[in-house]
Design a protein around this ligand. Structure first.
Ligand code: GYE
Length: 321
């Protein structure tokens, strides 16, 4: 009897937790609990990523405790400490920057809670602090942007003046995309990065920062934005300055969110390197396998492609995010 009552209380408590965090109707008592600490809501990529995690948790019967990070490391660390207190089965998080996670990850390890890095990497030397890292190869994304540029300007004389809008300073995608891009363009001295500033992966800052850059520089040939959102913000600034995006200034971005793909189809962006936010299904699979005691690969790389204008026109209507 007592067992039955406590089982009922447990189910009731689960329902309450789910209601509180907006989760789905998980009724399986054996469902694993996953604490997820998100970066924030800085871009459409992030919105799609958050949606994918919520949907997949529901589909996989995973009880999700989801916390927004507001692009602040302290907020993320606080969320992770509360997941440890709640004794979740697995913690997953997308670290806003690469450094400064060792302490909280040691706390998780001491509490025997496995950790999955999702989307973004950390720079910790101690690889035992997490089980696996699921996400894109950001260096390769930067290289793809660079290779497109090299082809686009093949045979043309220099200099080719490039503006780079970086993502959040210290974040894996900003550091790595910059490095990959640099690696490719440095092979030809005609490519010159005349300005490289952060716009924190947001549209609003993309516009603001590009406005300032356009005031200082007359001859900009190329814009490389570390994500579509900053590129879209910059397009507004470029148009307001009386220039034609995609023609006067060639634009290459990363992500391939719907608005980015629309701008590509419209000829305002010239090339997009895809970065998929649909990590939910793989994350749920990894979390369940880890809880079952299975070995999982230390690195799971997302499969991605690139898009030209014609390719964007073709897939636009079926784009999921
Ligand atoms: O490219 C950007 C987002 O970490 C891959 O973060 C992610 C990046 C993505 O804000 O749009």
């Amino acid at each position: 009897m007592f067992k039955r009552i406590s089982a009922l209380i447990a189910v009731g408590a689960t329902a309450l937790t789910l209601a509180a965090c907006g989760g789905g109707s998980v009724s399986d008592e054996n469902a694993i609990t996953l604490g997820f600490s998100q970066v924030g809501a800085e871009s459409d990529w992030r919105t799609a990523n958050t949606q994918s995690i919520h949907d997949s948790a529901q589909n996989w019967g995973v009880e999700l405790h989801f916390a927004e990070g507001d692009q602040k490391q302290e907020t993320q660390i606080e969320a992770m400490r509360s997941f440890i207190e709640q004794k979740v089965d697995v913690i997953a998080f997308s670290p806003v920057i690469e450094s400064g996670w060792d302490e909280v990850l040691k706390e998780a390890r001491d509490a025997n809670i496995p950790v999955i890095l999702t989307d973004r990497a950390i720079d910790s030397a101690d690889k035992t602090l997490y089980r696996t890292f699921l996400g894109s190869d950001f260096v390769e994304e930067g290289r793809k942007a660079g290779r497109w540029l090299a082809e686009e300007f093949a045979g043309s004389g220099g200099p080719v003046n490039i503006v780079e809008l970086q993502g959040t300073i210290g974040s894996a995608p900003a550091t790595d995309r910059k490095a990959g891009f640099q690696e490719i363009i440095s092979a030809d001295a005609k490519f010159k990065i005349v300005e490289s500033r952060t716009a924190n992966f947001t549209r609003a800052e993309g516009k603001e920062v590009m406005e300032a850059i356009l005031r200082d520089h007359r001859d900009i040939d190329v814009l490389f934005a570390h994500n579509d959102d900053m590129g879209i913000g910059a397009i507004e600034a470029i148009e307001n300055a009386g220039k034609v995006p995609g023609k006067d200034i060639k634009i290459v971005t990363v992500d391939a969110i719907r608005d980015g793909m629309q701008a590509l189809a419209d000829g305002k962006i010239n090339f997009i390197v895809e970065c998929s936010p649909l990590l939910g299904p793989q994350l749920m699979d990894l979390a369940q396998r880890i809880v079952r005691g299975e070995r999982v690969p230390a690195r799971v790389v997302t499969e991605e492609t690139t898009f030209t204008r014609e390719q964007a026109e073709e897939v636009l209507s079926t784009r999921q995010y």
